[in-house]
Design a protein around this ligand. Structure first.
Ligand code: PEP
Length: 240
């Protein structure tokens, strides 16, 4: 059987407690053979989701602290995320980098803590502005080289290519450009012996472009942001 295509629903701050409960009533529509679904709600929703999620759907967090303990008001540590059932955690999302000042050093620390706590990091990288392919590759190499991913040759990782300019705005890059970058990322992983790393794409994924994205042979999956908060859209995307 082919490897399952991965769909990561990044709910951001778009799904309320009541909506998450509604999701639990329709979640069975997302379960398909050979498709892997990961849902990433806000922190307070994690325990209720963990208790009621279908066995075939996995739980992810949208962020974690780069600290383990201490006077860090508002932070949530990786060990607690593991305890409430998170198998995955997004780190380095462009919204965290630009709106909350997350640095490569912090992301490096977060990746290390997640791995230590048996959580697969979903590491987001991507250029800020529309650039040439070569510029994008240089930018991604710089971002990735700072994250010490070399240390995780034996671990599962997901690298999410998310061009910041394509997030939330309905501006999907050309499929040929996405293909070139995904292939480049696969080569980067091969060169660095990151043999358990998967590559996903995120940025304006919707019902209109998922079929074209799935044609990219080297792509392991997608992150769906805004569209994942509309459950009918999410069901449609996953079923296409
Ligand atoms: C995201 O923020 O991870 C994302 C993919 O967003 P959107 O689908 O809304 O562009």
């Amino acid at each position: 059987m082919n490897k399952p295509f991965i769909y990561i629903a990044n709910w951001k701050l778009n799904v309320s407690y009541a909506q998450a409960q509604e999701f639990l009533t329709i979640q069975d529509n997302l379960v398909h053979t050979n498709k892997q679904i990961i849902v990433c709600p806000t922190f307070p929703l994690l325990p209720i989701m963990q208790q009621q999620l279908a066995e075939q759907i996995q739980l992810g967090a949208q962020n974690c602290s780069n600290f383990t303990k201490g006077s860090y008001t508002g932070e949530v540590d990786a060990q607690t995320l593991n305890a409430v059932g998170c198998a995955y955690c997004i780190v380095g999302h462009s919204e965290r980098r630009t709106l909350f000042g997350e640095t490569d050093e912090m992301i490096t620390q977060k990746v290390a803590l997640l791995i230590k706590n048996n959580i697969t990091p979903i590491v987001c990288v991507g250029e800020q502005h529309k650039s040439t392919t070569v510029q994008t590759q240089e930018y991604l190499a710089q971002q990735l080289n700072k994250l010490n991913l070399d240390s995780y040759k034996q671990n599962s990782l997901i690298i999410a290519y998310e061009p910041s300019w394509a997030i939330g705005g309905g501006k999907l890059p050309d499929i040929t450009d996405i293909t070139t970058i995904i292939e480049w990322l696969q080569n980067y992983c091969a060169d660095n012996q990151l043999i358990h790393t998967k590559i996903v794409y995120g940025g304006s994924v919707d019902e209109g472009n998922i079929v074209a994205l799935k044609q990219i042979a080297s792509l392991d999956g997608v992150i769906i942001g805004s569209a994942s908060a509309d459950f009918q859209k999410l069901i449609n995307i996953v079923s296409l």
